[in-house]
Design a protein around this ligand. Structure first.
Ligand code: ZN
Length: 316
């Protein structure tokens, strides 16, 4: 076996390790939430659909607004309580997407999608987890304003963590969609794929939604078989990452490949092939001879791939 390459210090996985205390027990306390909103220290993130609004600043932009500042930006919809940071309330407010779009022309603001905010480090890393929390939650509200049981208009309750139907009394809770993201490996080799939507020469892990009634391990094996025709045996859990595009939870795994021949599902993937450890290390280091790259360090795919390059995967 070739020696493991030195890839340097490990970067932080994006959107994880939130410093907020969610204080879920306070959500149903309307008086407490009203007091939080009136607290002069309270701050909110501003989400306009897919766009995040930031105050332009150097060296990083400011992601937090007072509630009055946020409401002055344009027409707003739901406001959700994200939690407390050292007892100071943090919210996320939904700004009308066209109003967010219009702010792109205003030099006082930086308006960008949340992927770019993370990849281009447009805010401090500690703002990324609450931005992910707020964006996913507000996206759910924007698409669940009517009861899925009877069709009546529903109401926001519990400071943004539930919607109630006044007609049929059904309670609706924010959803999170589990996605498996995996690297099939066989000793010194792994399989990477290219989705049609990937930029430039990026290659990454395979991924797919977990279906109802399906275990994580079974989803890993099914998706790998469907996308590249590889049969997998044991599956090792790696880590998870909230992925607010729109409301996913990425469940990172390594999978033990039991077959070699790749059969690409062209409806899903542009390409897929085996890579050896040395080639992948060069990709991670940004030194690949033909410029192939892995996903950026904020994404769990980078960390899944890197873990296989650096460490022995423990398939139990
Ligand atoms: Zn209803």
């Amino acid at each position: 076996m070739s020696p493991r390459p030195d890839l340097g210090p490990k970067p932080r996985l994006g959107y994880t390790a939130s410093l907020l205390e969610r204080a879920a027990e306070r959500r149903a306390d309307e008086a407490a939430i009203a007091a939080f909103q009136n607290d002069p220290r309270a701050r909110t993130y501003v989400v306009g659909g897919e766009l995040i609004v930031l105050k332009k600043a150097a060296p990083v932009n400011e992601a937090l607004f007072t509630l009055a500042e946020a409401r002055a930006l344009g027409r707003t919809a739901e406001i959700a309580f994200l939690g407390l940071l050292a007892d100071v309330p943090r919210f996320a407010i939904a700004l009308d997407p066209p109003a967010a779009e219009a702010l792109k022309a205003n030099g006082d603001f930086v308006v960008s999608d949340l992927r770019s905010v993370a990849v281009r480090a447009l805010v401090g890393v500690d703002d990324l987890p609450p931005l992910a929390e707020g964006k996913a939650l507000l996206h759910w509200h924007a698409r669940h304003r009517f009861c899925s049981n009877c069709g009546a208009a529903s109401n926001l309750v519990d400071a943004g963590w539930r919607r109630d139907c006044p007609s049929c009394k059904t309670q609706h809770f924010p959803r999170t969609d589990p996605v498996v993201i995996m690297l099939p490996v066989d000793g010194e080799r792994c399989v990477l794929g290219r989705s049609y939507r990937f930029v430039g020469s990026m290659w990454s892990c395979l991924a797919g939604f977990i279906e109802p009634g399906e275990a994580i391990e079974d989803a890993v094996r099914r998706e790998t078989r469907e996308e590249v025709g590889i049969t997998c045996g044991r599956v090792a859990y790696f880590a998870t990452q909230p992925w607010p595009f729109p409301t996913s939870l990425m469940i990172g795994c390594h999978a033990e490949a039991k077959s070699r021949d790749i059969v690409i599902d062209r409806s899903e993937l542009e390409d897929a092939r085996w890579f050896d450890r040395e080639e992948v290390a060069l990709m991670l280091l940004g030194k690949h001879p033909t410029g192939l790259t892995t996903p950026p360090t904020v994404a769990i795919a980078y960390h899944i791939i890197r873990a296989w390059v650096e460490e022995e995967i423990d398939f139990r």
